[in-house]
Design a protein around this ligand. Sequence first.
Ligand code: APR
Ligand code: PHB
Length: 389
Amino acid sequence: MRTQVVIIGGGPSGLLLGQLLHTQGIEAVVLERKTRDYVLGRIRAGILERGTVSLMHKAGVGARLEAEGFVHDGTILSYGDDDFTINFKEHTGTSVVVYGQTEVTRDLYDAREAAGLPTVFNAQEVQIHGADSDSAHVTYEVDGQTHRMDCDFIAGCDGFHGISRQTIPLTVRKEYEKVYPFGWLGILSETPPVNDELIYAASERGFALCSMRNKNLSRYYIQCALTDTVEDWSDAAFWEELKRRIPKAHADKLVTGPSIEKSIAPLRSFVTEPMRWGRLFLCGDAAHIVPPTGAKGLNTAASDIHYLFEGLKAHYLEGDSAALDAYSEKALARVWKAERFSWWMTSLLHRFPDMSPADLRLQQADLDYLFASEAAQTSLAENYVGLPY
Ligand code: APR
Ligand code: PHB
């Protein structure tokens, strides 16, 4: 079999690329190791930058997001009982949209199915061959049978644990990593969100985040030790700790209830360079990970897809490969800025186990500066709503 672009991974990166290519009549096959239900069972962040929203519209999948997403013009940051709104709209003229990544992925799968585009689920043992040659192809197994797909290009959209990145030889690949000494314990509960806007809360007991999916579905997180397990945290203990980390005025209003999901995620900053090797292009979590503070994961994946899509479009429709050749450089320039922002917001709001009194004072000064300076607020806002592509 032959296609123009093989997309490895049916997460948001791979699916968004598939839909965008389809709008230009460029053929692609998605190879996904799991099933659609498995992919849709994952709970991830839920903040979309303006650029991500535009890409969804461009891909023809913006209708439900437009109808059901919540536009947020700002966010609250708090320290102890002091809270403070950063108004994105005022500082940048732009907002963000609250719409879960699960819903983004569902819309993309629905559109892919409606258009009859090929997706191979349960694709095992996916391997990339000849990425640095003119005879690139991918092999994979379904039900024990090996298949081969020849192609012009391969988009490695298979997440952090995928095989695409590993295909790039270590003589070419350079990886940068920073692991944080804590995790986020998150719960989903069918309760009304404590506040209309998100609350990013710093406190002496550690960080907490109040987020949401809709009017009766809340998403809350607290910073926890890396050694903690979900079993260590009853719902009651979670709510109690959350209340102690957010301003009292909000804690008093917090509606609690049983959790319908509870999980712990470690925090990491990771980038691999380059993001292209021959005919293989890495996108999204396959190439980089950010800590979730600032919700840049999905949005940075989307900006990669923008650059790759524009490159492939110019290549196929105009015979011009310049944008494709610039992919790695352009994508990485934006990726590193998202990495910087996520690292900075993480450092600003969390308690690190080894913080000295001087570190604490410096962190407090960083917060005080932000609360007092329009320039600092504009900087946070422009990064939060998303830097231009
Ligand atoms: N073969 C085929 N598919 C694979 C393989 C493989 N060897 N390995 C992984 N996959 C699939 C996974 O099952 C998953 O569905 O690739 C997909 C990768 O999806 P994600 O991990 O969601 O990555 P991506 O699409 O880049 O989305 C980035 O997800 O983790 C968040 O914060 C991140 O929001 C960002 C978004
Ligand atoms: C979420 O709603 O899950 C969420 C929101 C903002 C973040 C991280 C996660 O920074």
